[in-house]
Ligand binder design. Structure first.
Ligand code: SF4
Ligand code: SF4
Length: 731
């Protein structure tokens, strides 16, 4: 060993020792912070599915590849990172001697070939990612960037390190070629040989280059160890765990559909026994999220995909799902020393720690412990109320997140505390909640008018109990029963079912609100009250039937989602279909025959709770395709990437005071297609888009109408003489 090798070996050992020590300390700190969260025993079920999903999403990049160029580039960088870690290990042998190499596999041609190939693709991949980051930098002129609010230096630093480490790999190999210590043939390692042709025959060059590679890698480790909130780097390790522990590992739309029930101590809360002094009602402190919540916050890569799709952010509201996650992450880590010292508030708001426990605590950590989780900037709050209440629970963030962060559950958990304990929510929504409690519907309409929509139909609509048997229970929903435009959809569906000979029955006055708006605003108490009542009614209606025969058809995607996905949490198991699914089936089986094509061009707006939350994308398009006997014109943002109408998450009953109106943004997109008909599959989307069209004074040119009405026009052209559905909302 020459003097150069002695120096490089000592330096490499020293920097590695420091880096590893700091990294171990950082991992312990991170684990300690995540363990501060509440229990979530349900995350340990079905480990086989979890493992399969985790491998598919990481090795296969199934979520990332939706953003094809970025996904492919990231895949090469990820594989490069894993495989080329071997080359960093190899550098420790090369730092000692120019002849050094990995034991066992070092020297095998296949190893030389694979590492060469992956290194080349890794360089290309990282250059693509750097170019994308630069092109989308927040400071670029014009447009909103998905990186706005991301810690840009961290992204550039990580990418520069990856590039430098890959390049140094070729330099090491080049020196080995030049000094005749390289075992691999030129056909397997052409880039290394090309680099070698440019370098001098200098043995010390191998060790110096190997040391530089180690020094860059260990500097990276030191920097990330000193920055435990550096998700852009840590996600390389945390993403595997975050994906493994996701809510519904077998489901495509995990973190969507059903909301996570309100939990305390890892168990769903039953309001008949719940006590706010003993049980946790939602989330008021960051440590009241589960450990999986804290893992979510730690894993965020700051990529901003969620932000780029969020309807609130895109219309100038203060909510960005990314910034919300980053605020919670930074707060959790800043507050952690106080919590780990025994600090924190109990459920009555009393400090848990003694003065002695907090005596030597950093003042910043103490101050962080005092900050309210929800509060304005003046109050020192972590999440501004305007951020919390801007969310439509559309799920675009959850859908897009490459590491499966569950934003909607976290947002609703924070809302739950605000509503149930603080009674703090946009005041205009109070009327809706009172109406739900007193009248069982958000409009406060008299329950005995629930069947008024049946008046004037030329056939009888039977009630459950009046008929011996029925195949489908037609769940009308509050909008379908009380809101003028939605009533037309209800009538259209009933007419089509009758035409197709489907036996169905309604609950009539026995039906009450599904509870969706109460649950999404955070009022779990009212939700459970309504849901339990409905579950009892439905269980009675289906008494004696197995689950497959407890069939419900619903026109409202919110009811469809709640009945199908959430009533199971309260003992109600039903087979629920959306009316577009049933209609598609009836057309495909010849029970309904479209005869007259609907003309003028049709575009389709995917309701969030039908599409993203429940993956029903094809059925409404099939129905429309049959009705117009052609192809619909898609909006730029459609299917999984559809843009919300602005009504979900109980936003329907809140004023939209900040930024551009979401429904106007969506209507402009719909109108840009040139289609005369904007088809919808949800009464709330119908209201919002109709309001948007009317607000633009385009009611004469564009019609917003439900898929069922479009089909009815084609099946029975005489019964619906081009009725426009553009009058103002009732109630
Ligand atoms: S659910 Fe929709 S509105 Fe809410 S944060 Fe996510 S993308 Fe934004
Ligand atoms: S998409 Fe996920 S990882 Fe990316 S910024 Fe949003 S929350 Fe973070």
């Amino acid at each position: 060993m020459g003097s150069v090798q002695i120096v490089t070996t000592i330096l490499a050992a020293a920097i590695t020792a420091v880096a590893v020590w700091l990294a171990v300390r950082a991992v312990m700190k991170m684990v300690a912070v995540i363990r501060l969260g509440q229990p979530a025993p349900e995350r340990f079920t079905d480990k086989a599915t979890r493992t399969k999903t985790m491998l598919a999403e990481t090795a296969g990049h199934t979520r990332m590849l939706r953003w094809s160029v970025v996904g492919a580039a990231h895949w090469f960088v990820m594989v490069g990172f894993i495989v080329l870690s071997l080359l960093v290990l190899e550098a420790y042998f090369e730092v000692v001697s120019a002849k050094g190499g990995l034991p066992l596999i070092g020297g095998l041609t296949i190893y030389g070939l694979v590492t060469e190939l992956i290194a080349v693709l890794g360089v290309v991949g990282i250059l693509v990612l750097i170019a994308i980051r630069v092109r989308n930098r927040p400071t670029r002129p014009g447009g909103r960037s998905r990186f706005t609010g991301s810690t840009m230096w961290q992204g550039y630093f990580v990418e520069a390190v990856v590039l430098a480490v890959l390049i140094m790999g070729f330099v090491i190999r080049g020196f080995k070629v030049a000094t005749d210590h390289f075992e691999y043939p030129a056909w397997a390692t052409p880039v290394s040989h090309a680099v070698g042709a440019l370098l001098p025959n200098w043995e010390a060059g191998v060790s110096i280059a190997a040391f530089i590679k180690i020094a860059i890698s260990m500097t990276w480790l030191i920097v990330i160890a000193l920055n435990v909130t550096m998700g852009v780097a840590w996600h390389r390790f945390l993403a595997f765990f975050n994906i493994f522990f996701k809510r519904d590992p077998g489901e495509k739309g995990s973190g969507l559909g059903a909301l996570r029930p309100m939990m305390s101590e890892g168990k769903p809360l039953d309001f008949e026994e719940a006590d706010p002094e003993k049980d946790q009602f939602g989330v008021a402190q960051v440590e009241q999220f589960t450990w999986k919540g804290l893992l979510d916050f730690s894993t965020c890569t700051e990529c901003g995909r969620c932000q780029s799709q969020c309807p609130a952010w895109n219309t100038g509201k203060p909510l960005s799902p990314k910034l919300l996650v980053l605020s919670l992450r930074d707060h959790a880590y800043a507050k952690a020393p106080y919590l780990l010292a025994g600090g924190g508030k109990d459920l009555t708001g009393e400090e848990k720690a003694t003065a002695a426990q907090l005596a030597h605590l950093d003042v910043l950590a103490l101050a962080e412990g005092d900050k309210p989780l929800i509060g304005t900037a003046e109050e020192g709050g972590i999440i501004d109320p305007d951020v919390l209440w801007s969310c439509t629970t559309c799920g675009a963030c959850v859908e897009q997140c490459p590491v499966d962060i569950e934003h909607v559950d976290h947002i609703v958990d924070m809302r739950r505390y605000q509503v149930l304990i603080e009674s703090s929510f946009p005041s205009e929504a109070g009327v809706m909640l009172r109406n739900l409690e007193n009248k069982g519907n958000p409009w406060g309409a008299p329950p005995n008018t629930r069947e008024d929509w049946t008046k004037g139909l030329d056939f009888e609509v039977p009630r459950v109990g009046e008929v011996d048997d029925f195949e489908y229970l037609f769940w009308v929903g509050c909008a379908g029963a009380f809101e003028d435009r939605a009533k037309k959809t209800t009538r259209a569906v009933a007419t089509l079912l009758n035409e197709a000979g489907v036996s169905f029955a309604i609950l009539g006055e026995g039906e009450t609100c599904s509870g969706d708006p109460a649950r999404r605003i955070g009022n779990e108490f009212v939700f459970q009250m309504l849901a339990q009542q409905n579950v009892e009614t439905l269980n009675e209606a289906f008494e004696g039937r197995e689950k497959a025969k407890r069939k419900i058809v619903a026109t409202c995607p919110h009811c469809f989602n709640t009945l199908g996905n959430e009533y199971g949490q309260l003992g109600g198991e039903f087979e629920v279909v959306h009316h577009t699914q049933l209609l598609a089936h009836l057309v495909s089986t010849g029970k309904l025959t479209p005869v007259q094509p609907v003309d003028g061009g049709v575009t389709y707006h995917d309701p969030c709770y039908l599409g993203r939350h429940n993956r029903v994308f094809a059925a409404p398009r099939e129905v429309l395709g049959d009705a117009i006997q052609g192809e619909i014109t898609e909006m730029p943002r459609n299917s999984e990437r559809s843009f919300c109408c602005g009504a979900g998450g109980a936003r329907m009953w809140m004023e939209e005071k900040i930024g551009k109106r979401i429904n106007v943004d969506r209507v402009e997109e719909a109108m840009s297609t040139g289609a005369k008909t904007v088809a919808v599959g949800c009464p709330f989307c119908s209201t919002m888009l109709n309001d948007g069209v009317n607000g633009k004074g385009a009611g004469e040119q564009v019609e917003v109408v439900d898929v069922a009405s479009v089909l009815l026009r084609s099946v029975k052209p005489d019964t619906t003489p081009g009725e426009k559905e553009t009058e103002p909302v009732a109630g």
